[in-house]
Each structure stands twice: as C-alpha cells, then as structure tokens.
Ligand binder design. Structure first.
Ligand code: GLU
Length: 407
C-alpha cells in the first residue's frame, strides 16, 4: 500500500495534468520547507522514563504562518505528518485563509497514558518546539486524539517560556483559555455547510441516510449536526466496533453509551457489527471521519453510497477516486469538506491577535459564507474541467499558491 505522502503526490500529479503550472513551482510545492524530529522525555507514574518521538513538518508558508494540527497516535510517523502538512497547505488555500500548511505529531497511544503523563508529553512537545512555532511563524491545533485541554497545556507552556500570553500560538483551546466559539464543532459544521451547498447539485434526497466512520473529534459532531437537520444516522463506528439501525440511531443516547463504556459497541439502540463492514452499508452520504487509506482499490467496489464526504484527511486513495468517479459517486474532498476546522482556528488566532471575542453566531455566519462560496467555486470548476471535485479543488488551491509564491 502507498504511504499517505505517495498518495498526496499522486493527487498532485493528476491535478496538474489538467491545468499546467510552472515546473519550478511544482518542484517546490512537492517538498516541505522543513521537517523537525524531536525526542520527548516523560517521567511515567511508575518512576520510569519514556522517550517519545515527536514531529513538526512546516510544509509551505507562502500564504501565511504554517498551520495545522498535532496528532497523537501509535502509527503516526514523519511520512504521515508530511502528507498531512501538504494537505493543510492546499486546504488553507482552498478556504482562502491567510495561512500556510504544517502538521505535527507524536508516536504514542494516548489512551495508555494517565492524565499527568499526557500533560507532561504535551508540555514536552511545546518545550522542544518553542523556537520554531509562534503566532506569526507556525500555529498548531488539535487533530486525531488531541483535545482542547492539550492545547491549553501547550499554550501555557509557550506563555511560560516566551512571555507571550495572547494564546495566538495555538488554536482549538478551551473557551476559558482564549478559544473561539464554535471551534469544537467547526470541522463537522463546515462539512455540513459544504453538503448543503452541493446537496441539490449532487442529486441527494431531502432526507439522507448517513453513515459515519469514526466517532471522535469530527465524527461525533457530524452525527449531531446531520441528525439535528433531519437526516438519519444509519450506522457509525469507532476504533472497536460498529453499530447500525436502519431506522436511525439516537445520537444523544449513543454519546452517553460511549461516554460510559468507552465504545459504541453493545449500544442497545442498534445492532453491533464488525467495524470493517461499516464502509459497505447502504446510504446516501458516507462520511469517513477517521484515518487515511480507508477507501482503496481493493474495497472501493463494495461501497453502496451516493456520495462520499471526507471529514478525515486522506481517506480515499487515488485509484479508488477513479473507480468512484467512473461509478458516478461524487467525493467531496478533504481539503474542502474538512476545511471548517482550520477556518475557525484562523478566526480564533485572529481574535487572540486582536484581543477580540466573537459570538458563535458571527463565527458560523463567516464560516458558512466561506464554505458555501468555495464549494460552489470548486463544483463549477469541476464541471468546466470535466473532472472530479478533488482535482478541481487542487487546481484552485494550486493557482492561489502559485500566485502567492510568485509575489
Ligand atoms: N487538524 C485539523 C485539520 O486537519 C485542524 C487544523 C487546524 O485547526 O489548524 O484540518
């Protein structure tokens, strides 16, 4: 299987076959500006010392400070972080926000750490990278398995070491620590605005059957937002199991169950089934909201969805994209569908820098206008180019990046 970065480069190559770009620009955009690897020592509760490997990839800052989350996951490595940083570069250009692309990570299963150990690890990450991040240099945020609380620890560590207490160094903080209204739900909310903007164009019914892979940072809020808008969540999964109910799952009761037991498995309001089967459930909207490389050449033909909306980063491989396009299944690509998260992060950064506080209403109004506008633009470009939405999104992002790099 290709690595996420190989897939990312293949997406780049495919998009740039449709519209030509200067060769030097393409050379530069395919390589990160800087890749940093750090050792993070943590004194464990049992008295031993563990050293974790941490990363920051600063991919491109032509449009503004590097921007992107930090992932805590046992399978995370530099290659993955590099791909995620590349996608952040394109994503910020798609959303047309004044940010470049970066990403961070730590190879760790945070579920195996105590709260004290998790805090020590988070502070160690910031301490080790304090010279390379900063409000005008590189602004991290949450990603898979990282939370507002982790962002608060990191912001505090940065403030202690630099004296900068604005909080603008990192986004996705809790409200009490300078976070923005709406940030926690922004990724899912942005995806929903894109869905709304394209629903009719993609021939979706009034009430959609929705399947969500992943009940974490993005997926659980998506479940809430789509069902509150009158759609039906017919199946969802987490890292342990999947649950389905053709009549629609009761999302609130499912949250409570997951909070109490740690998984969706065994939820009384549905049937528990094998999590690998989740992607093949019949539905109108399939929302991958977990990890990369989920929809591949070897399983793509089993999908029974009308459209795919990528809240995860990189869930579909380039080969699977072609199969879906040939079958008339539209894929709303990650760099558009999940751009709501980084967009509201940028609002948070702006509020911190200007010492302002915006209402939730203002945040969502601004988010909605960006997502609707960029979704329409990408849809029309895909029609003009007779191509899929991913290639169209890449072309628009690359045009904006090329302009910025030229200037
Ligand atoms: N981790 C999120 C993403 O992949 C958000 C990044 C951010 O807010 O900077 O887009």
């Amino acid at each position: 299987m290709n690595t996420p970065f190989q897939n990312a480069l293949s997406q780049l190559e495919r998009a740039t076959k449709l519209v030509s770009f200067p060769a030097d620009f393409l050379k530069r955009i395919a390589q990160p500006n800087r890749q940093i690897r750090v050792s993070l020592p943590v004194n464990m509760d049992n008295g031993t010392l563990n050293i974790y490997e941490g990363y920051r990839v600063q991919f491109n800052n032509a449009r503004g400070p590097y921007k992107g989350g930090i992932r805590f996951h046992q399978d995370t490595d530099m290659e993955e972080v590099k791909a995620l940083a590349f996608w952040m570069t394109l994503k910020c250009a798609v959303a047309n926000i004044p940010m470049g692309g970066g990403k961070g990570g730590v190879t760790v299963n945070p579920k195996e750490l105590s709260e004290t150990e998790l805090e020590a690890l988070s502070r160690a990450w910031m301490r080790s990278l304090v010279d390379v991040v900063g409000p005008q240099k590189d602004v991290p945020a949450p990603d898979v398995n990282t939370t507002p609380e982790i962002m608060a620890w990191m912001a505090d560590e940065y403030a202690k070491r630099t004296g900068d207490t604005t909080g603008a160094v990192i986004t996705g903080k809790p409200l009490e620590a300078g976070g923005s209204q709406g940030r926690a739900t922004a990724t899912a909310q942005g995806g929903f605005y894109v869905f709304e903007a394209l629903k009719e164009k993609l021939g979706l019914p009034e009430v959609c059957k929705v399947v969500i892979q992943g009940f974490g940072n993005a997926g659980e809020h998506a479940a809430d937002i789509w069902t509150k808008a009158g759609h039906k969540l017919v199946a969802t999964s987490d890292s342990k199991a999947a649950i389905r109910n053709p009549e629609g799952l009761d999302v609130l009761a499912l949250y409570e169950h997951k909070k109490a037991t740690g998984s969706v498995a065994g939820f009384a309001g549905g049937e528990t089934f094998e999590r690998d089967e989740l992607l093949y459930q019949e539905c109108d909207v399939l929302i991958p909201a977990a990890l990369e490389n989920q929809i591949r050449e070897d399983n793509v033909d089993r999908l029974r969805a009308h459209i795919v909306l990528e809240l995860a980063n990189g869930p579909t491989t380039p080969e699977a994209d072609d199969r879906l396009f040939a079958r008339g299944i539209a894929v709303i690509p990650d760099i558009l569908a999940n751009a709501g998260g980084v967009t509201v992060s940028t609002f948070e950064w702006e509020q911190n820098v200007k010492h302002e506080h915006w209402s939730e209403e203002d945040v969502f109004a601004k988010l909605k206008s960006i997502m609707h506008q960029e979704a329409q633009l990408i849809f029309h470009r895909s029609q003009d180019l007779h191509t899929d939405l991913r290639r169209a999104a890449f072309v628009i992002a690359l045009e904006r990046l090329e302009q910025a790099m030229k200037i």
